[in-house]
Ligand binder design. Sequence first.
Ligand SMILES: [Zn+2]
Ligand SMILES: [Zn+2]
Length: 360
Amino acid sequence: MATNYEDQHPNKAFGWAAHDSSGLLSPFPFSRRENGVDDVAVKILFCGVCHSDLHALKNEWGVTRYPLIPGHEVVGLVTKVGANVEKFKAGDRVGVGVIVGSCMKCEACNQDLENYCDKLIFTYNSVDWDGTNAFGGYSDSIVVHQRYVLRFPDNLPADKGAPLLCAGITVYSPMKYYGMTEPGKHLGVAGLGGLGHVAVKIGKAFGLKVTVISSSPGKEADAIDCLGADAFLPTSDPAKVQAAMGSIDYIIDTISAVHSLPLLLSLLKLNGKLVAVGLPNKPLDLPIFPLVLKRRLIGGSDFGGIKETEEMLEFCAKHGIAADVEVIKMDEINTALERLAKSDVKYRFVIDVANSVSPK
Ligand SMILES: [Zn+2]
Ligand SMILES: [Zn+2]
């Protein structure tokens, strides 16, 4: 057995890493582990820039392992497969999402819910299979156990499709699990960013009436004209909020800042459901009266398992759904992250990794 890091990681790789909580990324040569019998080696083409990348880079959750190479919305081409791999072959287009490992034997893993495994391995900022730091998709290549590699449909664009691997599944999975897909019902999408804009498109594809709920009145034209929402509710307008009370069947709450749950709950009908997928860094006030008096339900959901992620990719390919993206070069990433912190992007940055990560 190889004993040192260099022997265990013979595959030269190149990425961009942050070394401290400034979060500033800079070129970083490193190496990937040897491709094992169950592994798939992937040349990375595009990688989406998720809001979680920003939180991790700046150590806002207090658990960041530096050096950190973020990126968990990866689309690439298979370059090599291990002896046990039958699902993929060299040249296949594949995706790698939020996780690259789990225990494979717990109740969650056995139900294809690896995303809820207690021993899951995140694509970055996690301890990888071999005990070393897992490095993400802001890099030229990645080696992933076959169970966590996703078939990427041919008719999904690699750049606009990349954000579906986190943003897409994060809104698709709760809609399926909580029964929020009945055609003709009314879906509210709270927050119009990376997650919210995909939720609008997926909601429309399920045949729902979609209302975007936002504190930014300036997003109305975009929500309706560009994304296809049916209506827009500015939470800053008390008269419009009053008029919308009790009119919505389901709400996907994508807001990651502290916000008012009572306001959102008041919009729900009898038996209405609100599912939180954003992660505010402080607890929210949750009054019980609005739940009890109208039999409303509130829940949460965290991305999705591998099987369901592939189902979501097929659904998006079939319905022509992809993210609205701004493609950037690798050396534009620090500026892009500053803009992302101010929500100044429509609606996802995607890095053209293959054409810009290398110093050559
Ligand atoms: Zn993400
Ligand atoms: Zn497990």
